[in-house]
Unconditional design. Structure first.
Length: 129
């Protein structure tokens, strides 16, 4: 259906990156101690939806990524869609939250359908690759 142009198909995922180093050790020569600063700090969250042709809709967020943040991202994505769109997501707690599930029907009314991958199947999510 995507190849025929009837739908747009997106695969979604989130990830986060620490903005301060947190490596507690490193390779070193014997007798030559290398110390790396380590501290808890802010993180940068990246969320994206990608097609099989590598078209990407993404956002970055500093701090903790909650269901409300994910819903806001999806609302912005849905607002820019122009035809029936299928989004494939993993089973993360954010996607399975009550708030997120409550929005799925609303997005469906706007021709954006959400489907979940089977548990423990990241190889089926093209954005993971």
């Amino acid at each position: 259906m995507e190849d025929s142009g009837y739908i747009d198909l997106f695969f979604g995922d989130e990830s986060h990156f620490g903005l301060t180093p947190n490596v507690l050790y490193a390779w070193q020569l014997k007798g030559n101690q290398i110390l790396l600063p380590a501290a808890k700090g802010k993180s940068r969250n990246v969320v994206g939806l990608m097609t099989r042709k590598n078209n990407l809709f993404f956002d970055m967020h500093e701090g903790t990524y909650y269901a409300d943040t994910c819903i806001g991202f999806m609302d912005r994505f849905v607002a820019q869609t122009v035809k029936k769109t299928v989004v494939i997501l993993e089973n993360s707690p954010i996607h399975r939250s009550r708030k997120f599930k409550a929005k799925i029907e609303k997005w469906k009314e706007q021709d954006v359908l959400i489907f979940f991958l089977p548990p423990y199947s990241p190889e089926l999510n093209l954005i993971e690759i």
